[in-house]
Design a binder for this molecule. Structure first.
Ligand SMILES: Cc1cc2nc3c(=O)[nH]c(=O)nc-3n(C[C@H](O)[C@H](O)[C@H](O)COP(=O)(O)OP(=O)(O)OC[C@H]3O[C@@H](n4cnc5c(N)ncnc54)[C@H](O)[C@@H]3O)c2cc1C
Length: 277
């Protein structure tokens, strides 16, 4: 019997799997693609944590900036926890061997990203997500966590309002199979492909896990909060990373004039661009 069935092998799923394994559970990770192809591999700019390695920074400033960017709609308790634990999360990834870029003194390098009052984003060149995913996958594999790839979640198995596992379509054999588990963790990512052609997200971001949860009777919340990255290549929607603006890149309108603070929060910059167009 599986103790913990994790559906999704992105950053969220792999951290959950490693934590469960460290706690002594028998863990299986399932994903519809190959494990290291999760969208997490596409992240470039970095992860915010107020390490203060380049200039002075504080957890309080991180919390304040994040609340400001949320236009007052965020859950303050969740944001506080996120910002307070960010330093430890980055240091944990460092201890696992993530090849962060370094300052001249050998500390984890940081750069400025939008919506941040300080230089706060920790990065690994512009492959931050790829390096995170590879580091976590290496760790999970060394711990003996079991992976099943190309296994598409169809539905959760629910009896008496309890989730007892899930059914999957094996993309290799075409068979429908079920996996039973004591607990199930859903880490299947977002649903931005409803904006196909305008999203910078992976083609796998189709919201399957969320839809299956809804079918199983779960309550969903905050589904309207989809972040649009302000800058991408027009014909392919390939991301132009915010670190380009962080490094001094600026935006010009048709009259070759700047029209916004390029490092304001993403919704502000995206709206300013839409206004100009
Ligand atoms: C181009 C780009 C750049 C980004 N840059 C940054 C950045 O600089 N900093 C930052 O913090 N964030 C960035 N992000 C956002 C960040 O990458 C995501 O928020 C994060 O990776 C989401 O992780 P996740 O584990 O929740 O989901 P994902 O990485 O999307 O993983 C979802 C997993 O679920 C699996 N799955 C989905 N449906 C099913 C199904 N039906 N059955 C089985 N498995 C399924 C997928 O195969 C995958 O393994 C960026 C995103 C993109 C697209």
């Amino acid at each position: 019997m599986i103790d913990v069935l994790v559906i999704g092998s992105g950053g969220a799923g792999l951290v959950a799997a490693i934590s469960a394994k460290e706690a002594g559970a028998n863990v299986k990770v399932v994903s519809k693609a190959f494990a290291t192809r999760a969208q997490t591999s596409m992240a470039q700019g970095g992860i915010n944590a107020s390490l203060g390695n380049v200039e002075e920074d504080s957890v309080e400033a991180h919390i304040k900036d994040t609340l400001k960017s949320s236009q007052g709609l965020a859950d303050e308790e969740a944001i506080t926890k996120l910002c307070e634990e960010a330093q430890e999360a980055v240091e944990w990834l460092d201890r696992l061997g993530l090849p962060f870029s370094r300052t001249a003194e050998g500390k984890i390098a940081q750069r400025r990203l939008g919506g941040a009052s300080g230089i706060r984003a920790c990065y690994a060149q512009d492959y931050t997500g790829l390096k995170i995913l590879h580091t976590l996958y290496d760790r999970a594999s060394k711990m003996g966590i079991d992976f099943i790839n190309e296994y598409l979640l169809l539905n959760y198995i629910v009896e008496d309002k309890k989730v007892l596992g899930a059914t999957f379509l094996s993309l290799k054999s075409g068979e429908v199979q079920e996996l039973r588990a004591r607990s199930v963790i859903v880490a299947t990512g977002g649903y931005s492909q409803v904006y196909h052609g305008f999203t910078t997200n992976s083609t796998a971001s189709t919201g399957d896990g969320i839809a299956a949860a809804l079918r199983a009777g779960a309550r969903l919340s905050d589904m309207e909060f989809v972040q649009f990255h302000p800058t991408a290549l027009k014909n392919s929607a390939i991301l132009i990373s915010e670190s380009a603006r962080g490094a001094g890149g600026y935006l010009l309108n048709a009259k070759k004039e700047r029209f916004t603070d390029e490092l304001a929060a993403r919704d502000v910059v995206a709206r300013a661009i839409a206004d100009e167009i």
